[in-house]
Design a protein around this ligand. Sequence first.
Ligand SMILES: [Fe+2]
Length: 389
Amino acid sequence: MPYYRAVGELPRKRHVQFRRPDGGLYAEELMGEEGFSSDSSLLYHRHLPTAIVKAEAVTPVGDTRLEPNLPLSPRHFRTTELASAGDLVSGRILLAGNGDVRLSYATSDQPSELYRNSMGDECVYVQEGTARFESTYGVIEAGPGDYVVIPTGTIHRWVPRGRVNVLAIEAAGHIRPPKRYLSQYGQFLEHAPYCERDLRAPAEPLLAEGEEVPVLVRTRGGLTRLVYRNHPFDVVGWDGYLYPYAFNIDDFEPIVKKTHAPPPVHQTFEGPGFVICSFCPRPLDFHPESVPIPYNHHNVDSDEFMFYVGGDYSARRGSGIDVGSISLHPAGFTHGPQPGAVEAVIDAVARGVTTTSEMAVMVDTFRPLDLGQGALACEDPGYAWTWSR
Ligand SMILES: [Fe+2]
């Protein structure tokens, strides 16, 4: 996180005695990244955060097999055909992944159990529905268009209000705003497409009572259920730079050029081996002879995974792409607008159209994405040939 935040009760100095009303000591915990050489927070627990009473191995549910994108093809997956079994964590359907990131879809109206992903940060994009995100840091109310960024190791759970559809981006490291948007000390610069005021984080502690509370822990070795003696939501205060936060795609301020701009202008977050971009409604390029949709392009170092979350994608008309679709355009393949789309948009501009309503979330990976069984189950098999029709 790029800035300091303090929530709840804190002692005046760090690492000094901090006492409960009954005279006992609160238990201080430092959560820090990169060997405590990067962002961290100090949390003050009512109970020992170390007190576990049981550990049991858990067999993963769902099919986590991945296979190479061979023969190499552009792909189209229809998430509207997928049905999760479980909650927004256990019900994740693996669509694609590599050593850096896993991309899953989930749809559920069930609360998840307490969960700690100790393999990396998560960025959960809420496509539809609303949910209460509860964590040791407090609550975030999440709704359509929210990216919820969850630091590694944050104990949390999702409580949907009705059905919620999400794209879960699970990193093997940390997800942060792009460096080029930030000053050397971490403040968002004026040219950045969003800033601190757009980020929503817990505002007050979340306290819950309970004994023998299970927490599902994901590590590189697998899944474990640790049973805590006391409920982990026992933090009376915390401060630091490390905490979960939400950013809504509607708060992204698109950067527009006179002629068509490539995807880096849409970048929202970066992670190790990938970037996350937001394609938002914006004015069309305004050069009098502009072609205001993408040129054919070959992102030679990346696979482009694009989730179409709303609006109208005129560049893709005739491809079968619709809201809820995901396209995967891999390195090794040049992609671009469907046949006739360039002429159609030039005609539209001539008729007075000045804006595009497209909305999409794109994950560009720097290593090839392998395909999950969930993606193959909802694949449109004719997509690869749609540019030749
Ligand atoms: Fe592209």
